[in-house]
Design a protein around this ligand. Structure first.
Ligand SMILES: Cc1cc2nc3c(=O)[nH]c(=O)nc-3n(C[C@H](O)[C@H](O)[C@H](O)COP(=O)(O)O)c2cc1C
Ligand code: SF4
Length: 441
């Protein structure tokens, strides 16, 4: 059994308070970090192989390295928007361990020479917001936040900013616009946030889980964290398992654990002893796995094809080439794993996912704004059993027209699951058309 790192004290209300957190050794890593050279902290995080837990798995130390050493007015933004369907880990980290996150933010801010930190929290998470505000107040009173952090000449302000319930504001540049008081619309990149971020300042955006790991990396060293993981992915990761399993929940697991081990051992198997039909591996934007693909580790590289998901390779009527070996052409994403048993109507699931992205499209780019609407229309009639011959290829063609052709990855997030569901479960889609009751008069 793996010893959890950042979830070790979830469920313990004492760990939520300043006194309780410090009794567990909390804020010792901040004290240690303030005595270190900034570049050495960045080097430890690079050594740790920590990869961003917001969805893309980008190496955190490398991202920090994009901030020029000469940069001034650097800003750190913690992404706590957490709106990807199937994902519910960041809110638990905030609710039970707010000081762990604050400590991670303060160490990161010090390493990047950032005097301002924003924690952008999803508007609906009122319970977590209240806990976080209480913790920020305690940390300010204790001298961890403010003009002279722990009596040093380091200044760090921390502002908690509530979102207003738009999924797109989780996309980092839409989030920056939202902090600025603008519409939550993604920006065209480049320039990247490290160069022109919030209020035109160099900015690093990191996920809540990513930053919660930082105090532990500083306490035990980057190599310790790297050794817990695989060659290119350090540490453990949190997965949120929902759907047809006996023990759904949030688990902090080793990167080497396979989907089958997670479902059968950790989650006590599929309910009612049913068979598995499909598994969404990391939030609803990720193409699903079928039952033959569950022996792959829940790790960033193991799930990805070398060439990522190339829409050009998906031709109407031609099966989506999944690549060889264990490269499954999907992604580990945000850790939201949804297990569906053999009774699941995957066409309806696909249609429901499309509707979410259609609803959340900010409307800036035509392929996403119009394409998700078309996907929704065709997906719905297929799900209702009213599909027309050629609808499956039509869905695939529309999805290909969206993927890779938009300002932000929401377009891909809408297109990829469609392509994935059609590839793995084409027969289910075709059956919905072919098994329609014939008109008798
Ligand atoms: C449409 C969309 C929604 C996103 N939502 C979130 C989110 O809710 N939380 C999050 O951490 N990252 C989200 N991301 C990813 C962020 O843009 C960004 O990559 C991430 O916060 C970086 O943190 P990391 O490097 O620690 O993973 C989203 C991306 C897209 C395209
Ligand atoms: S891809 Fe969709 S959500 Fe992203 S910027 Fe374009 S219209 Fe907006």
């Amino acid at each position: 059994m793996t010893t959890p790192i950042i979830t070790a004290h979830l469920g313990n209300p004492d760990a939520r308070t300043m006194t309780g957190y410090q009794a567990l050794g909390g804020y010792q890593s901040l004290r240690k970090a303030l005595k270190m050279q900034r570049k050495d902290i960045v080097a430890e995080v690079k050594t740790s192989n920590l990869r961003g837990r917001g969805g893309a798995g980008f190496p955190t130390g490398i991202k920090w390295g994009f901030i020029s050493p000469d940069a001034t007015d650097v800003v750190l933004v913690c992404n706590a928007d957490e709106s990807e369907p199937g994902t519910c880990k960041d809110r638990e980290l905030i609710y039970w361990m707010p000081h762990q996150l604050i400590e991670g933010c303060l160490i990161t801010a010090y390493a990047l020479k950032a005097e301002k930190v924003f924690i952008y929290i999803r508007g609906e998470m009122m319970r977590e917001y209240k806990v976080l505000m209480q913790a920020v107040q305690e940390a300010t009173q204790a001298g961890f936040i403010g003009d002279n952090v722990l009596g040093s000449d380091t200044k760090i302000d921390l502002i908690v900013h509530r979102g207003a319930g738009a999924y797109i504001c989780g996309e980092e540049t839409a989030l920056l616009n939202s902090i600025e008081g603008r519409r939550g619309e993604p920006r065209i990149k480049p320039p990247f946030p490290a160069v022109v971020g919030v209020f035109q300042k160099p900015t690093v955006v990191n996920n809540t889980e990513t930053l919660s790991n930082i105090p532990h990396i500083i306490e035990h060293g980057g190599q310790w964290f790297a050794d817990l993981g695989t060659e290119r992915s350090g540490g453990l990761r949190i997965v949120c398992v929902s759907g047809h399993v006996n023990k759904p929940g949030i688990y902090e697991i080793p990167m080497t654990m396979t989907f089958r081990e997670l479902i059968e051992d950790t989650c006590d198997g599929v309910w009612k002893n049913n068979q598995i039909k499909a598994v969404i591996p990391g939030g609803s934007s990720m193409p699903p796995l079928d039952v033959s693909e569950l022996d792959v580790p829940i790790e960033f590289d193991a799930l990805m094809s070398d060439e990522r998901i190339k829409p050009v390779e998906v031709k109407p009527g031609v099966p989506f080439d999944l690549g060889g070996g264990r490269k499954l052409r999907t992604m580990a994403g945000s850790g939201g794993i949804v297990v569906m048993d053999h009774t699941t109507d995957v066409v309806s699931v696909c249609s429901r996912i499309i509707d979410f992205y259609h609803h959340e499209s900010c409307g800036q780019c035509t392929p996403c704004r119009e394409g998700t609407g078309w996907l929704s229309k065709v997906g719905k009639r297929l799900a209702r059993g009213e599909g027309k011959p050629g609808d499956v290829d039509l869905l695939s063609t529309i999805a290909q027209g969206i993927a890779g052709n938009t300002i932000c990855a929401l377009g891909d997030a809408a297109a990829w699951p469609v392509l994935g569901f059609i590839t793995k479960f084409r027969e289910d889609f075709e059956n919905k058309i072919n098994n329609q009751p014939k008109r008798v008069s």
